[in-house]
Design a protein around this ligand. Structure first.
Ligand SMILES: N[C@@H](CCC(=O)N[C@@H](CS)C(=O)NCC(=O)O)C(=O)O
Length: 257
């Protein structure tokens, strides 16, 4: 059975989980803790980024866009790409914009707030772990924080402000783009919707996403995401999750299908 090596709280990982679930691809999920994940992932891909999909023959694919491309070819139904070539280009352009610009910028603001609360950080990423392991992990977080900040370009207050600006930019784009049909490209769900919804899920925390837990939300993190909640795009995220995300969004181990 193929295996997804993942972080629980991550837009790129959630994008791949959604596509696997939508296509009912039997798979196993293994949640890794940021930091300790490096040894495991590097052995497979030579890099350290998640998500990683390990195929039945032991080969590994990383990069959410590459994984989605593989999935669309191997498991074409239901289709997450339009048939029309111009619309396909539009979907890929939206995916690129989020993957390469919007998502890393928003992540700076999100990670900054989480790193300031080591226990909450440990709960967010270590929900599948025992309380004791979460506690031990929370003691490492402050030590690793400078490296995490450097690796993600969190260079100071300006980078955090830019991350918040990226959240507003993304929400304005989504609200305008989805106004006509409820979808970002054409009149049905595509990878563009999944990419935008999973990125914005870190700010909106829709039901049925791992980004909704743990509860209660840390107060600093709550302050960060509060200004986004009433935006039309936040309603779009909740609605698209409710209508399209399906019931098996969050599980550890083997998939129920
Ligand atoms: N472009 C990559 C980005 C993946 C990425 O940035 N993953 C982050 C989690 S959100 C990660 O694994 N960071 C840890 C690391 O790079 O060591 C994709 O689309 O999959």
């Amino acid at each position: 059975m193929i295996e997804l090596l993942q972080f629980r709280h991550s837009p790129y990982n959630e994008k791949v989980r959604w596509a696997l679930d939508a296509k009912c691809v039997p798979h196993r999920r293994r949640s890794l803790l940021p930091g300790p994940h490096m040894g495991v992932v590097k052995k497979l891909t030579g890099r350290t980024q998640t998500p990683v999909l390990v195929l039945d023959d032991g080969s590994a694919i990383d990069g959410s866009a590459r994984i989605l491309d593989w999935l669309e070819r191997q498991h074409p139904e239901p289709r997450l790409m339009p048939d029309d070539p111009a619309q396909r280009e539009q979907v890929l352009a939206i995916q690129r914009r989020f993957d390469e610009d919007i998502t890393p910028r928003i992540r700076r603001a999100v990670l900054d707030a989480l790193l300031r609360r080591p226990r909450y950080f440990a709960a967010v990423f270590g929900e599948a772990e025992s309380r004791l392991r979460q506690r031990l992990y929370s003691l490492i977080v402050p030590l690793a924080a400078p490296l995490v900040r450097k690796g993600n370009g969190i260079s100071g207050a300006a980078a955090v402000a830019d991350g918040i600006a990226a959240g507003h930019e993304a929400m304005d784009f989504v609200a305008a783009q989805a106004r006509a049909t409820g979808y970002l490209v054409g009149d049905r769900l595509t990878l563009a919707d999944i990419t935008a919804a999973t990125t914005l899920a870190t700010l909106v925390r829709p039901a049925n996403s791992p980004m909704q837990s743990p509860q209660p939300v840390d107060s600093l993190f709550a302050d960060l995401i509060a200004p986004f909640q009433a935006h039309a795009a936040a309603h779009w995220v909740r609605d698209i999750y409710a209508r399209h995300r399906g019931a098996s969004a969050d599980f550890e181990g083997a998939s129920p299908y």
